[in-house]
Design a protein around this ligand. Structure first.
Ligand SMILES: C[S@@+](CC[C@H](N)C(=O)[O-])C[C@H]1O[C@@H](n2cnc3c(N)ncnc32)[C@H](O)[C@@H]1O
Length: 281
């Protein structure tokens, strides 16, 4: 079997399994299985696969057809120019979260915060992207999942920012001390009842990373209430939220009475996906 035949066969197989971008995913999976770049598939299409390579491609194809997300099969993802290793213990970082990082970096342009807290760090995506953007900043990255923290620490190391980030196992703020100029979180915010009807790929991600309780606001409420004790004067809180949570999140922010300003902001597709609040003195 040649590379060209394998690519055609894999594309058809994935299409039959209702994978949306079958050709692109076939290219990525085949290149991954063969240890090549995607371009190499087209530069040497007549190259023959070994029996072992063939077996590897088949195994990946079957897992993808059964709904395992592409990113878990590839084992890594690019997030805001940071390469992150992934496992099913961590959420696959999303483009909206990259937009949140972009927004934060823009807001602090020229005056990066000194102390940052990333709550629910998962793969470490937000903490590592911010550490790379702000080499003088110290970051605490917390998660309740030991498996997630192990992956996040490896990612910090492979991106050369391990000295800037302290990883802490914590149930939100429970194991933390000190105060922060910036608190950021992409918390679990889906309604528990909605989890059974999400895409099959999302069902492969950790429930702990997605389940926000009956109304989706359990984690958000705890993070906002706790910020009263952990946010420095003039400090800022940024949250990723679901598109229908904006008004309730704004009310939760205002109820703390510590914020001079609380806004709900849209992502690039016009959905209200972020909350930003600035603490008064
Ligand atoms: C939506 S994921 C976000 C992961 C990562 N920050 C990102 O943006 O890709 C939420 C994270 O919150 C963590 N988490 C859930 N409950 C928690 C809790 N009680 N305390 C701390 N972290 C928690 C999960 O383990 C998961 O890593």
């Amino acid at each position: 079997m040649t590379v060209r035949h394998a690519l055609e066969g894999l594309t058809e197989y994935l299409r039959g399994a209702k994978v949306a971008s079958a050709r692109l995913e076939a290219e990525m999976l085949l290149a991954h299985a063969l240890g090549l770049d995607r371009l190499d598939l087209y530069l040497r299409p007549e190259r023959a696969l070994t029996e072992e390579q063939h077996r590897r491609v088949r195994a990946l194809a079957q897992r993808r057809a059964q709904g395992e997300p592409l990113q878990y099969l590839l084992g890594s993802v690019l997030f805001y120019n940071v390469k992150l290793r992934l496992s099913p213990a961590v959420l696959i970082p999303r483009p909206e979260t990259e937009e949140l990082v972009e927004l934060i970096v823009k807001d602090f342009l020229g005056a990066p915060p000194q102390r940052v807290l990333d709550l629910g760090t998962g793969s470490g995506a937000i903490a590592i992207a911010l550490a790379k953007a702000w080499p003088q900043t110290q970051i605490v990255a917390a998660d309740i999942s030991n498996e997630a923290l192990a992956i996040a620490e490896q990612n910090a190391l492979s991106n050369g920012v391990q000295t800037q980030i302290l990883f802490v196992r914590s149930d939100w703020y429970s194991a933390l001390t000190g105060s922060f100029d910036l608190i950021v979180s992409n918390p679990p915010y889906l309604r528990s009842g909605a989890l059974d009807s999400v895409q099959r790929e999302v069902r492969c991600e950790p429930r702990l990373a997605l389940d926000g309780g009956p109304d989706g606001l359990d984690a958000i409420t705890r993070i906002i209430r706790g910020s009263v004790h952990f946010l420095a004067p003039h400090g800022r809180l940024y949250l990723e939220i679901d598109a229908d949570q904006g008004e309730r999140v704004r009310r939760l922010l205002l109820a703390t009475q510590i914020f001079a300003r609380a806004e709900i902001l849209q992502d690039s597709s016009g959905r209200a996906r972020f909350a930003r609040a600035v603490r008064s003195a």
